[in-house]
Ligand binder design. Structure first.
Ligand code: SF4
Length: 412
């Protein structure tokens, strides 16, 4: 293996453990990357209290160039095109991310889209999305998104009180006015087609129904509720050591009941949709639920090839691979222990998870939430008590609704 991660902690799983010969003998082969997250800008106009880029263990942003250069965009597009061609991929997803990607400006984003589409062969379709705090969503960006078919996801934490407390501007002022103005434009008839959905980080201090209904007012095609990042070393807010306490499950169960019992389908809610899909025997489309392999890789603003950036919540350098688009193909990252660990499903689980009756649904929890100094990422999730309660609750609810259907079918 070349250029092993500069951030690897040699004695901690997965470093030094995978990939090994036994894995390859078993017939396992890495899956190609399907989603590339591009850090087009490394700074932000907000100062969110829970941000894993600026406020947690990894402070690598300080040494990143502020904006991705045209040269790095071109080199990345070349690597992505080679990867798509080499693996015969008919589609790839490019996620424009930051910091705040709209700080990079409409010209850079337009040039980037053109460069990527020109680099790949006609056999590969490139789907672009961009995740923003919404403050800079002006007509120019929206027209550009419409022209190039860039789906826009907006991060917002509910009503004014929650949002302003946790997502202030860098000068401490309210960001909600700016986010709302951006959402007004995005959800207008002209631009609604590029509205990809809302993303909200759970705050235990807020009322789940109030938050959900405030988001629903924008009629989003989907809402993604995220657990705040944390691990066994730095616990998430309110996730105390007492395992009889399940504050996140309790919050999510209240939300589930509001969503599930609505007289008609109001919006997709990814966490619940995916849990239900796996409970019914399907597979999850996301790594946070079930044992679905991750096919995501990140390219940092300076061109470094990295693992998923939520790992920055674990320790400084946790997302590093030591690879760079100037020197390395994306294929080189497929053998990296941190990437392999997220593609081998149940084989990556620790003993407690492997024995757990719901591990195929839970998947051991989101990989960054499993981190414990000394043993690395082969642990159950720090959210384990919440995950057990939430999954069992949804399973009981679905089972209760399916049972009469099953009985009726038995009579046919
Ligand atoms: S994190 Fe907990 S609930 Fe999830 S698979 Fe592991 S032991 Fe089971």
């Amino acid at each position: 293996m070349q250029n092993l991660s500069v951030g690897a902690r040699g004695s901690e799983w997965p470093y030094g453990f995978v990939p090994d010969e036994e894995l390859y003998r078993s017939g396992w082969r890495p899956l190609p990357f399907r989603q590339i997250v591009l850090k087009v800008h490394s700074r932000c106009n907000l100062a969110c209290t829970y941000c894993y880029v600026y406020e947690q263990a990894d402070q690598g942003w300080r040494s990143q160039p502020i904006v991705m250069s045209g040269r790095t965009v071109a080199a990345t597009a070349e690597r992505v095109a080679r990867h798509a061609l080499g693996h015969g991929l008919d589609a790839m997803a490019i996620v424009l991310h930051g910091g705040e990607p709209l700080l990079a400006g409409a010209d850079l984003i337009g040039d980037l889209v053109t460069t990527f589409r020109a680099a790949v062969t006609p056999n590969t379709r490139i789907n672009f999305t961009l995740q923003t705090n919404g403050v800079l969503l002006d007509e120019r960006i929206l027209e550009l998104s419409l022209r190039h078919g860039i789906g826009l996801g907006v991060s917002i934490d509910g009503g004014a009180e929650q949002h302003n407390r946790r997502r202030p501007r860098r000068d401490g002022g309210s960001s909600l006015v700016g986010t709302h103005a951006g959402l007004e434009r995005l959800t207008s008839a002209r631009f609604r087609a590029v509205f990809a959905g809302l993303l909200c980080v759970i705050d235990l201090g807020s009322d789940p129904v109030e938050v959900y209904e405030s988001l629903l007012a924008w009629q989003p095609p989907g809402v993604d509720f995220l657990l705040p990042h944390g691990n066994w070393s730095v616990r998430p807010p309110g996730r105390v050591a007492d395992e009889s306490s399940t504050p996140y499950a309790d919050w999510l169960i209240t939300l589930f009941e509001r969503w599930y019992t609505a007289p008609e389908h109001e919006t997709d809610l990814r966490l619940f949709d995916e849990i239900i899909a796996v409970l019914l025997g399907g597979s999850s489309r996301v790594e946070t639920v079930g044992l679905t392999p991750s096919t995501v890789v990140v390219v940092e603003t300076d061109g470094s090839i990295e693992q998923v950036d939520a790992l920055k919540s674990a320790y400084h350098g946790a997302a590093s691979t030591g690879l760079h688009v100037d020197r390395d193909d994306l294929d080189a990252a497929l053998d990296h222990p941190g990437i392999v660990a997220r593609q081998i499903g149940a084989a990556a689980l620790g003993e407690e998870c492997a024995r757990c009756p719901i591990h195929k649904v839970c998947g051991g929890g989101y990989y960054p939430h499993r981190y414990r100094p000394g043993s690395g990422f082969r642990n159950r999730s720090v959210y384990c008590p919440d995950l057990v309660k939430l999954i069992m609750y949804i399973a009981d609810r679905i089972h209760g609704d399916l049972e009469p259907v099953r009985r009726d079918l038995g009579r046919v």
